[in-house]
Design a protein around this ligand. Structure first.
Ligand SMILES: Nc1ncnc2c1ncn2[C@@H]1O[C@H](COP(=O)(O)OP(=O)(O)OP(=O)(O)O)[C@@H](O)[C@H]1O
Ligand SMILES: [Mg+2]
Length: 445
């Protein structure tokens, strides 16, 4: 009857007559769940339970006991049984218990796998490069790792800010604690506060349960505030207080929480400029830049380009199960001549594309597809004043000069970013919208 009920749920059932038969069967077929009577013709359910636990301590065992023998049930639970069923067994109760036991086991397996994956990731990430400027950054990072000081990582997009933040955490005494990242630019302003500080149940419509924020989650670990330059001015005061006092309130909460976190912030725009433009609080800037580290752009460490390129080629070939390709000298030359506005990330993407495109085990310049992008050498600009229109009032000339300067600057930036308007706007320190309007005003396509 039990067999029929369980098979009816789509499971496979293997029967055993007594303890020796059960032990043999468990060893051979590795079941996901064991259901055993306590009384058996030979041996007993306790013997089966012990054999099961020896085979796999996580193997769930459910015992069936005679009606009223509660002592037996307690003894079995003490020996590690997951649960017990009193006879006569109610099939619905049995099925519920089986499903629950199997679900729990699946969760446990997933949990163990995740934990293992986490442990392998916890090792310090590999930072590739030999350039003296990069070596300086690495040694600064090692020095900072020994302290709890707030670190500000500055660098263009794709230079490795997140990579360095993770490395800093891995090298620090907090490496056993969590590394929690939040991207201030990617989260809408109205959600950022609850993301950072959490909220209480009922703090606003939709807050059906208490939710911890990133500050709490990072307790005893590192909190990585990515793109800190995009933090709305209203939130900057709250962050400042959280940094100064290591204390904050959840949204909708009254009691303040104390946390122990090390802060690492990153930005790809000049924060000092944002301070000057009154877009970023000066006091917060000083608080964040206790230990500033600037990661140099790839074009300023050209010798690292081939090293990184080979590293990425090796990795992508391995991922794609290809024989590791070599880079032709012509390809390396072209890589070094290119400006890499997207830095290491762009190089990484370029190498991935090349590995896919190359049909032989050599990557040639044509596989890189770089010629399509920005011109390799900037064109020599003619003296702007020789052809400048000086007619009209002083104000007219001033306006015209400003527009011309802006036009040149925008054109040049667009060349550097290979036509990427978003990145050009970032580089120029204006919003995307303002940038598009400026382009139109200057008559740039
Ligand atoms: N020195 C390096 N060695 C190996 N990999 C690197 C190095 N620098 C960057 N990378 C890789 O390049 C990619 C981009 O790095 P990361 O995401 O850390 O940059 P970022 O500065 O945070 O960029 P963004 O400003 O666009 O967020 C990642 O895949 C990273 O692993
Ligand atoms: Mg980043």
């Amino acid at each position: 009857m039990l067999r029929l009920a369980i098979e009816g749920q789509g499971h496979t059932v293997i029967e055993a007559r007594d303890q020796p038969d059960a032990v043999r069967t468990m060893q051979q077929s590795r079941p996901s769940l064991v259901l055993t009577d306590l009384r058996l013709p030979e041996g007993d359910g306790f013997g089966v339970l012990r054999a099961a636990k020896e085979l796999d301590p996580q193997l769930p065992v459910i015992v069936m006991t005679a009606y009223g023998s509660i002592q037996d049930a307690v003894a079995a639970m003490k020996e590690g049984a997951l649960d017990f069923l009193a006879k006569p067994v109610d099939p619905d109760h049995l099925l519920l218990m089986v499903e629950r036991a199997l679900a729990q086991r699946r969760l446990l397996t997933e949990y163990i796998l995740l934990k293992e994956e986490l442990a392998t990731r916890r090792g310090a990430p590999l930072i590739i490069g030999e350039a003296p400027s990069l070596k300086n950054v690495i040694s600064a990072l090692q020095r900072a790792a020994g302290t709890d000081a707030t670190v500000l990582l500055e660098g263009e997009s794709g230079t490795g800010k997140e990579l360095f933040a993770r490395a800093l955490h891995a090298l620090s005494e907090r490496s056993d604690g969590p590394f929690v990242a939040i991207n201030c630019a990617a989260i809408p302003d109205n959600l950022l506060e609850t993301e950072l500080f959490g909220h209480e149940k009922g703090a606003f419509t939709g807050a059906v349960a208490r939710k911890p924020g990133k500050f709490e989650l990072a307790h005893r670990g590192t909190l990585f505030l990515d793109e800190i330059g995009d933090l709305p001015i209203g939130l900057q005061a709250k962050i400042l207080r959280a940094l100064e006092e290591r204390r904050f309130e959840r949204v909708g909460g009254t009691s303040s929480l104390q946390v122990d976190v090390r802060i690492v912030a990153a930005t790809n725009k000049g924060l000092r400029m944002a301070v000057a433009a009154k877009q970023f609080r000066e006091d917060l800037y000083f608080r964040l830049s206790v230990f500033p580290i600037t990661i140099p752009p790839l074009r300023e460490r050209k010798d690292d380009i081939p090293i990184l390129a080979r590293h990425f080629v090796e990795r992508f070939c391995r991922d794609l199960n290809k024989k590791v390709a070599t880079l032709a000298p012509g390809a390396i030359e072209e890589l070094q001549r290119y400006g890499w506005p997207g830095n290491v990330r762009e190089l990484q993407n370029c190498m991935e594309r090349s590995v896919i495109l190359a049909d032989t085990d050599t990557i040639h310049a044509r596989h890189l597809n770089l010629a399509l992008h920005a011109p390799l050498q900037p064109v020599e600009a003619p003296n702007p004043w020789t052809s400048f229109d000086f007619s009209g009032s002083l104000a007219d000339v001033g306006r015209r000069a400003q527009l011309e300067a802006e036009r040149r600057k925008i054109t040049q930036t667009l060349q550097e970013t290979a036509g990427n308007k978003m990145r050009a706007a970032e580089t120029l320190g204006v919003s995307y919208k303002a940038f598009l309007m400026k382009m139109r005003e200057c008559g740039i396509e």
